[in-house]
Design a protein around this ligand. Structure first.
Ligand SMILES: [Zn+2]
Length: 111
């Protein structure tokens, strides 16, 4: 008996998006469609650290009481496009006055 063998979180189901009967993750969509959505999201997102860096800059602002012009300009650019490696490096030195190393490594640095 292998009645329980298929019960591993995967099952076949008809996918209305791509119109095929295919493997689905439990609680998720069709695997092929999920993967396509992830790839498209990554390609479209030119600034994957936008939310993280905005959060770091906001934390600094809360701790310092205000945002220096330089960081303010980074925050405005971050809202439009990714920061350059130079901006990340220089911004980091200023941020380090109020933001701890671990936070910067996790939420500020380029991955
Ligand atoms: Zn599909």
């Amino acid at each position: 008996m292998d009645g329980g063998a298929n019960d591993e979180g995967w099952h076949h189901r008809y996918c209305g998006v791509c119109g095929t009967e295919t493997e689905h993750a439990r609680g998720g969509g069709c695997v092929a469609c999920d993967n396509r959505a992830i790839r498209e999201r990554v390609r479209r997102d030119k600034n994957p650290r936008k939310m993280d860096r905005n959060w770091v800059l906001t934390s600094y602002e809360e701790k310092a009481g205000n945002l220096p012009d330089f960081l303010d300009s980074l925050k405005r650019q971050n809202g439009r496009k990714a920061l350059s490696a130079k901006q990340v490096a220089v911004g980091r030195k200023v941020l380090a006055k109020h933001i701890d190393e671990n936070t910067l490594r996790t939420w500020w640095d380029n991955k």
